[in-house]
Design a binder for this molecule. Structure first.
Ligand SMILES: *Cc1c(COP(=O)(O)O)cnc(C)c1O
Length: 364
């Protein structure tokens, strides 16, 4: 069993994806070719955001947003330490200071009630992460941001396709940034990502920054990056979109089924909480266990792959330890010791899922 089954997905979409890629090879516009605009338009229609700017990766999306906000050295950005490194990494790379605010122990998303106490005169933005595919309390976060004149950047690398109060992830705040890394809910076959915003001025800034700060060819009005997404990768995303609605439905159903089956087979197992006004697209299907290493080893013996997202909170990583005391954010510290992700993808079969559940019951 694969932890994430991309082979079955390709088998189902092969003709579509091959034809899309062949079209690029035939027209030869490998950079900013017609598929780039076509994908951006399709994702605008899907999310409801006014603008989509495709970029080289989810990491690059975060960086370009921060550059568009004109982050100055020492400006602070509030975020969660319980995330992939890229979130804090881009804050630091853009010259900012990550300010870590702890997570809710049941959803593992940033605790919005702790944000206001972390705001200082240097705060420029709040960057909540929609971890595992569930949006954080973004209404509360947006309200705090409005009150203090801050931008909100949703790190939606894991949540493309998720819904929050009938709106789509990526269309909930100043910016939404997603990733098309192959294993994400909407993946390409390499690196790719996108920025979403409904602010015309910021969208224009992102477009310019994406291509070396050019407002027209060879007129560099600002400092930018080489941050475009390849036409071929956009073609892959387009080839996957026909089935994407089904995939999201299937992910939601598999998430519900995991919860139902695990509650029956492993009473007392702590599952991730999903709030009633939103869903989770399960970029990772993550549960909380004690003695994780031993459980993982037993599952591996039973042929069930697992992973850990993430084994250390960022303030316990050498590169980011200077931004918080080791004792800070205790829920993040504890979650990092206990989280374990189970096999999950739209092509996971019911039988495979049953095998995972019985193996976990046996392992515990
Ligand atoms: C994957 C991921 C990123 C980075 O995306 P890339 O496309 O791999 O650069 C950023 N933040 C989170 C939370 C992620 O899961």
């Amino acid at each position: 069993m694969d932890f994430i089954d991309l082979k079955s997905q390709y088998a189902a979409l092969r003709d579509n994806i091959n034809a899309r890629m062949q079209a690029v090879l035939d027209h030869g516009q490998y950079i900013l070719g017609p598929e780039v605009k076509e994908m951006e338009a399709a994702l605008v229609a899907y999310t409801g955001a006014k603008h989509c700017i495709s970029v080289a990766s989810g990491t690059e999306a975060l960086l370009i947003c921060l550059m568009a906000l004109d982050l100055q050295p020492g400006d602070e950005v509030i975020t969660s330490p319980f995330t992939f490194a890229a979130t804090a990494e881009m804050i630091v790379l853009a010259g900012g200071v990550p300010v870590f605010v702890d997570i809710e122990p049941d959803t593992a998303n940033i605790d919005a009630t702790l944000i206001e106490a972390a705001i200082t005169p240097r705060t420029k933005a709040i960057m909540p992460v929609s971890l595992y595919g569930q949006v954080a309390d973004i209404n509360a976060i947006n309200a705090i941001a409005d009150k203090h004149g801050l931008a909100v950047i949703e790190d939606a690398a894991q949540s493309f396709g998720a819904t929050y109060q009938s709106k789509k992830s990526c269309n909930l705040s100043t910016f939404g940034c997603t990733s098309f890394f192959p294993s994400k809910p909407l993946g390409c076959y390499g690196d790719g990502g996108a920025i979403f915003t409904s602010d015309d001025r910021l969208a224009q800034a992102c477009r310019e920054i994406r291509t070396h700060g050019q407002s027209q060819r060879y007129l560099h009005t600002r400092v930018g990056v080489g941050g475009r997404m390849d036409t071929l990768q956009c073609a892959v995303v387009l080839g996957k979109l026909d089935r994407f609605g089904w995939e999201i439905e299937r992910r939601l159903a598999l998430g519900d089924a995991y919860a139902r089956k695990l509650k029956a087979a492993v009473p007392g197992l702590q599952l991730l909480a999903v709030r009633g006004d939103r869903d989770c697209v399960w970029a990772q299907y993550t549960v909380f266990v004690d003695e994780r290493e031993a459980v993982q080893a037993r599952l591996k013996q039973a042929g069930i792959p697992t992973a850990v997202h993430y084994p250390r909170p960022l303030h316990h990583q050498p590169a980011y330890a200077r931004y918080a005391d080791a004792q800070a954010c205790p829920h993040s510290v504890l979650a990092a010791q206990r989280v374990m992700s189970l096999p999950m993808s739209a092509d996971l079969t019911d039988e495979q899922q049953d095998r995972v559940v019985s193996a976990l019951a046996a392992a515990l």
